[in-house]
Write a protein of this length. Structure first.
Lengths: 260, 260, 260, 260
């Protein structure tokens, strides 16, 4: 059987995908790609009125939800509403960076403790909350053609692979997210839920509507040394479609010219 | 752009693929899948007259080559012949286990030293030879639509992740292969060659022509706890098609119920 | 120069050591060993009136401090008081497990979210607070004979190496602690502060006053498969005494019969 | 019990130590330190007539043996002779770099295949041979006061942690050595033999008889960014003396200013 025919049959299943985090990079690329592949797609963000999300709704039928993903009740409610509106998710992506403003490049002794706890809460505790609700939903799903009840993907960062200087809070949050993903994978994969941790070992860059290139790190030259979120989304979709006979847990993505 | 259209345009390129190692598992699955996706495919094995390889030729037009991959001159000649016959490879898979007969479960003090050097030679030195010739060929390729001059995939094993007791020789060979793959990745990826190390953290099992399940480890029950080589081949193809903006270097594949 | 003479000259320096966490295992062993080796020793615990800490004071002159190590102000005050009372610490050990009661073996969907945030706060956020105050103090120290301004040791657990099923919160906390330690090491080692992460890959067991063996995990047989805290303390002392030419960052300690 | 008294009682045991590899750096530092701590010490080298080894004999009573450690028969004979001359080793150090002349900084396509197999043979196959003979000897030892039948230490390099570009052969050899050490540790530690892998993540530098500093990498400035072999030897001795309740398997040593 060729890949194409696999995709057609998959598309007919009309899987539901939920993306938590609503930026113009990976979240938007995922929403577009999943919709193009026949899924019903929901995106949750603190502010769902952002133009980039409105465009996703208009062009791709993506549903938008308001959610502070670091609040247990808000995350529980989000999943309830998504299930009610478009069905039980088969694919959940947690795509929140979580660093608070002002924390970048602060040395260990400069950083304010509340910034640390807030970064951990935004990035890692929210990943727990989303992962827990995803598991609750998915354990009730029937296995699909690949033997899976669902897929949970955590976007992660270089800081999950290596704790950098002047970056203690983010190192803590990203490592915590990796620990969560590992624990979930060992617990849930034998129950049919595919859990994946995807550290993007690079800055993210993408093409804007006007054709120019955008990227997240101010001051970085826009060149090939940026991971393209459309290609990251492709990997997430492939992970979702892997047969349970051969699940990948961790995939580090980096541009060809990146030092590591 | 959808995945399907990407595949069509990729298929039209008629990439050349060379698989070194010719067993009925991963090598055969790769040969079939690559041929089905429009590539010209060559397989090299110590004994290319095996029925499984003859079938690949008959059904899928796969070219067969005799090669002892642990011999420098033989590997150099293999690449010459493949280039001459079907063109310069864009995708090279090294898929050799290399353990010599009788080495399984030998304790450290029981194993004969020549078995150790032969296992390292079969599994790891051959990977160097194949990787070196692949690089020589591919550095002359033009970048394709994904920005790649070529892809080199090394099949690896659990022993690359963890040195098991009573398995020193295989631990050495698999770790050496990982070291090679890392060094090649850091050297060649910035030159446009995608290098990937794929440890399969499981025994391999597949469906035989008569519909029964086969697997490599005698005495293992055939159940879900076996990696299906058709799905492994899918991952290799996806790695080959990754855009250079987001290359994965290491992907560990394991069945859903595997302990790790 | 022999080890013994090194030790004598070190002892004469009268380093100040602060141990945060006050249990009868590693903390007590460290306090005893550091005092026996000529250091002035402080121990901080939520409840400093525990008999085991009173004994340390009586027999070894150890100072006791009350401190909730997950409170920024409390940790800042602790360091002020220790500096005022016995001098600026050269060796700080963070030895807090942090798991809240009732969290053990809870599956992902059973665990209450507040338990997760509290475990992270107790175990990992407190490590940040202690590490930050330690750095503030030590950066003002003159280098000692080994070229060090001070040493910060984080006790860690198996869950830092591997996220276990039904253990998401602890996996998150221990991974976060590893991320913190790495970030601190890369930032502070070039400034003369030795940072070490020491995952103990085993349950802890020790000999009680009455000669019987105690250990932390109810239901575990007391046998050789327990790490002896007196020997763990020896490793911490050796880390503190390493010359800056050859600093170890991570040391995993496990009993000889432990599976890994 | 203080460290000092532990050392005295250890010294009285008169352990036998064998160091394979005979350079002026780590091997010489180990020989001196072990002799000063009361051990009977043997050093094996391809050329045991080097002045640095003669000095070790004259000043420290170190026995010298000729041995090509990549030859099975030669290694077997070495152990026979050491046992006959000074007793069964309790501490064996494998300290061979193994890179052949001319291999440094060769790109993947420049390096000659025989250089690769010779580097693997010198560095990794010799480690297997030494480890196997060490195990054969030590399994017959009675446990000492720390519960150990013996200790095997493998000196390793940065290339064991990371495969560098233009360094495929050394990456393979060092990774193979790590795989060997892991397999041996999992097999032999439950039988009472402590196996340790010690990657030195730095160039090595030491003080020569005339007081000047020497180091292994031509063209490297002599500064603090060099690991001092006297301090490396201290770590090896501490590993040998660790109680089996708390064995470290891998210890990476790097200078305080090293980037990692």
């Amino acid at each position: 059987m060729t890949e194409s025919s696999t995709h057609d049959s998959q598309a007919s299943v009309q899987h539901v995908a939920l993306i938590v985090g609503g930026g113009p990079g990976i979240s938007s690329s995922c929403a577009r790609l999943f919709a193009e592949n026949g899924m019903r797609v929901a995106v949750a963000a603190r502010n769902p009125e952002k133009p980039v999300l409105q465009t996703l709704e208009e062009k791709h039928g993506v549903r938008r939800y308001a959610c502070d993903a670091s609040e247990p009740a808000a995350v529980a409610q989000l999943f309830e509403h998504v299930v009610r509106d478009i069905g039980t998710p088969r694919l959940v992506v947690h795509n929140i960076d979580g660093r608070v403003p002002g924390i970048l490049r602060k040395t260990l002794i400069e950083v304010d403790p509340p910034m640390v706890s807030e970064t951990i809460r935004n990035a890692a505790f929210s990943a727990f909350l989303v992962g827990q609700q995803a598991a609750r939903c998915m354990l009730g799903n029937e296995p699909d053609a690949n033997g899976a009840r669902g897929t949970v993907v955590f976007t992660n960062a270089s800081a999950a692979l290596k704790g950098y200087p002047s970056s203690a809070a983010f190192a803590m949050a990203c490592h915590a997210k990796s620990g969560l993903a590992q624990s979930m994978a060992r617990e849930l994969m034998p129950q049919g839920i595919h859990v994946a941790n995807v550290p993007i070992d690079a800055a993210i860059g993408w093409t804007q509507e006007d054709g120019s290139r955008a990227h997240r790190l101010a001051g970085t030259a826009v060149d090939d040394n940026l991971a393209d979120p459309d290609h990251i989304a492709q990997t997430y979709l492939q992970l979702h479609r892997q047969h349970r006979s051969t699940w990948a847990f961790e995939v580090v993505l980096r541009p060809w010219v990146e030092k590591w």
